[in-house]
Design a binder for this molecule. Structure first.
Ligand code: AHG
Ligand code: MN
Ligand code: MN
Ligand code: MN
Length: 332
């Protein structure tokens, strides 16, 4: 029952976080502080993105990340900003990031939390002024405090998330997050420098008529995936694919639809990364009444083996994800 916690539209994010914390009498405020740290970094990154056409921070950085992708300057800048905010905030012992090969130890060994982050999602859209995002996921560490976080702290299944969210730097900038008690969206008012509650208690439609998949790779779709895509066409669904996961997900969350990144010849386990792309969005979609799967299994129940693990991704309206799964079941 999320409603007893309802706060009016226009509530600031800070106040919202504070009031939610009061609903948990034994909460110490550390998670609240961590969420505020992320919001601060989001504001800073938002500022960098907004002026990226004017100063020399668009374009390639000149190196590749562990994913084998050309890093963009904003990938690197966003990564630095989020890590710095989490380090200064003090609540996080260890971070895993798309842009770093290894775990990042913040030096806050008393910190109770670990964060998995995609600092800048939709890199290929930076230079062409199309929506991009940030995705984050928060876990409670399982190892004792007083020392560095461990691989076991960072490699928990998505069901263990205590919070997850994303920022979309779009026609407006929004922060959407969950702490496991529904999903709320906040819109940034840049002249005031505040996020305000604009989308309380987001519920995603049970079904929809949008499908989002990069059909350029359709030659290597499995028969089940190909049949599902054909089904979407038979139903005369709308094809919508921005190429920024956050933006594609956000649209489908609000309007109803399905996002698919399947296994392809180029990306045998799919392209998207379990820890900092799939699991956080899976937590959000489930909290909004939707569903997320790798085609055969609930995303959040996958036991991660490595930080940069990839998985096929089917996410969105419950009925559509179930439909996709029923087609994929014919693959085996
Ligand atoms: P990132 O920019 O964080 O590396 O993520 C890129 C992802 C995701 O945002 C997007 O949905 C997907 O890559 C697009 O991949 P394709 O270009 O293969 O469709
Ligand atoms: Mn990337
Ligand atoms: Mn990404
Ligand atoms: Mn990224």
């Amino acid at each position: 029952d999320h409603n007893k916690l309802a706060l009016p539209v226009g509530t600031t994010l800070d106040r919202f976080i504070m009031r939610k914390q009061e609903d948990f009498p034994y909460a110490t405020g550390e998670l609240s502080q961590l969420l505020r740290d992320i919001a601060l970094a989001a504001k800073i990154v938002n500022r960098e993105i907004n002026r990226s056409g004017l100063i020399d921070i668009a374009g390639a950085y000149g190196s590749q990340n562990v994913q084998g992708e050309d890093q963009q300057k904003l990938d690197v800048i966003a990564n630095i900003r989020f890590i710095r905010a989490l380090r200064n905030g003090g609540e996080v012992c260890t971070i895993i990031s798309e842009e770093d090969d290894e775990m990042i130890q913040t030096g806050n060994n008393q910190g109770k939390y670990v964060v998995a982050i995609d600092p800048l999602d939709g890199s290929s859209n930076i230079d062409v002024n199309v929506s991009i995002g940030t995705i984050f996921s928060i876990y409670r560490r399982v190892s004792p405090t007083g020392r560095e976080g461990t691989a076991a702290d960072c490699l928990q299944p998505g069901t263990h998330q205590v919070a997850a969210g994303y920022v979309i730097y779009g026609s407006s900038t929004m922060l959407v997050y969950t702490t496991g008690n529904g999903v709320n969206g906040f819109t940034y008012e840049h002249s005031l420098g505040e996020f305000f509650l604009s989308h309380p208690d987001i519920i995603t439609p049970k079904t929809g008529n949008i499908y989002s998949i990069n059909e350029g790779s359709s030659d290597s779709f499995s028969p089940g995936v190909a049949a599902f895509v054909q089904h979407c066409k038979d139903q005369q669904f709308s094809a919508r694919y921005i190429g920024s996961l956050v933006a594609d997900f956000h649209r489908n969350l609000l309007k109803g639809g399905i996002y698919v990144y399947p296994a392809t010849a180029k990306n045998k386990s799919g392209k998207l990364r379990l820890m900092y792309e799939c699991n956080p969005l899976a937590f959000i979609v489930e909290q909004a009444g939707g569903k997320s799967s790798n085609g055969t299994r609930r995303t959040m129940e996958i036991e991660p083996k490595i930080p940069h693990e990839r998985c096929p991704f089917f996410i969105g309206s419950k009925e559509l994800v179930e439909k996709a799964e029923s087609f994929i079941a014919t693959d085996t």
